[in-house]
Design a protein around this ligand. Sequence first.
Ligand code: GLY
Length: 358
Amino acid sequence: MRLKIKMMRRPVTKITTNFIEELDEIIETLCPDRVFVLTDNSAKKYCLPVLSTSKWLQNASVITIAQGDEHKNIASAVEIWTFLTKNDATRRSLMINLGGGVISDTGGFVAATFKRGIRYVNLSTTLLGAVDAATGGKTGVNFLGYKNEIGVFSPAEAVLVNTDFFHTLDAENLRSGFAEIVKHALIHSLEEWNGALAFDLDNVDFEKLKEILARSIRIKERIVEQDPKELHLRKALNAGHTVGHAIESWSYGLNRPVLHGYAVVWGLICELYLSFVQTGFPKNELLKFGRWAKEYYGECEIDCKHYDMLYELMRHDKKNEGDCINFTLLKRVGEPVVDRTASKKEIFESFDYLRDGW
Ligand code: GLY
C-alpha cells in the first residue's frame, strides 16, 4: 500500500478582503467532520453574527468562555476539552478560534493537545491578536500567576484577519495591539520605527493601519519561518517582554490589570534603558520612545516597594536559562541582540528609569 505523505504547508496570516468566502474555502480544503467555534462574550456579540452566512458554520457548535487574560487558564482549557469530548469531536474535527490573543492562545493549546492534536484556524478580531498572538504557533495558558507557563508550539492551519472587526475596539485595545507593531518596527528597521512612532493613535486612519499591520505581520512571519521553535532568532520578538510580562502579572496580582500592550511599552522603556547602558542603544531613540510612550500609554504606577515582586516574576520567566534573567536588547534600531542578561542592580535602575527618569 502506498501512503501519501503530506508536505507541511507554511501557514500564512492573511488580511482578508472577502472574509466568508475565504473562510469557507479554507474549511473546505481541510474537510473536517465537525467544526467547533471557540469565542468569548465580546466576540460572540460583535463578530460571531458575521459568520452566520458561512455555509460551513451553519451547524458548528459554539463554545464561549469569559473575556480577558484572567480566563486564559487551565480551567478554561478543561471546560473546552470537556465540551469537545461531550460533543463527539474527533481527530478530524476543526477548531475555529474567533477572538483576540486569549482565544487563539487558549484555543490553539486545547486543539494541540486534544486527542494528541486536532487542526485549528485563527480568526483574529483584535489588533493585538492579528499582529502577534494568532501568528507563529505559540499556544498556551497562564499558570500560577506566570504568563503562558503551560503551552506548546503548534501552528494554525490558517490565520485570517478581518480588519472590519477593529472598529468595535476601544482606544485602549487598539493601543495595546499597536504596541506590538512598534516592537516589530523596533527590531526591524529605522524606517519602520519612525513610521510606527509617527502613526496618529488619536485619530486612527484604518486604511493606513491595515498597511502598517500587513508589513508588521510579515516581519514576524519572516522571523518565525527561520526559527519556529525560538532557539535563537525568534527571541528578538521578546523585546520588551521580560519586564513587560512581569508588569502584566504584577498588575493582575494587585487586581489592577493592565492590557498586554501597555505592559510591553513600559517593558520596552526598561529594556531600552538596559540596551542604552549595556549595548550602546542611542540615547536620542530612547528619549524619543519615552515621549511617544508617555503621550499614548501614560505612566506605569510602579513604586520601589514593587521592585522585588517584579524581579521575582522575572526570575520565573520561561525564557531564562540557569539563574540568569534573559533579555533581548538592541544595539540600535533594527539590530537586536538576544540572550543578554543584566544584574539585579541594573534591572532596578531600569525600574527607577521607568518610575521617574523618562
Ligand atoms: N510573541 C512573540 C512570539 O510569538 O515569538
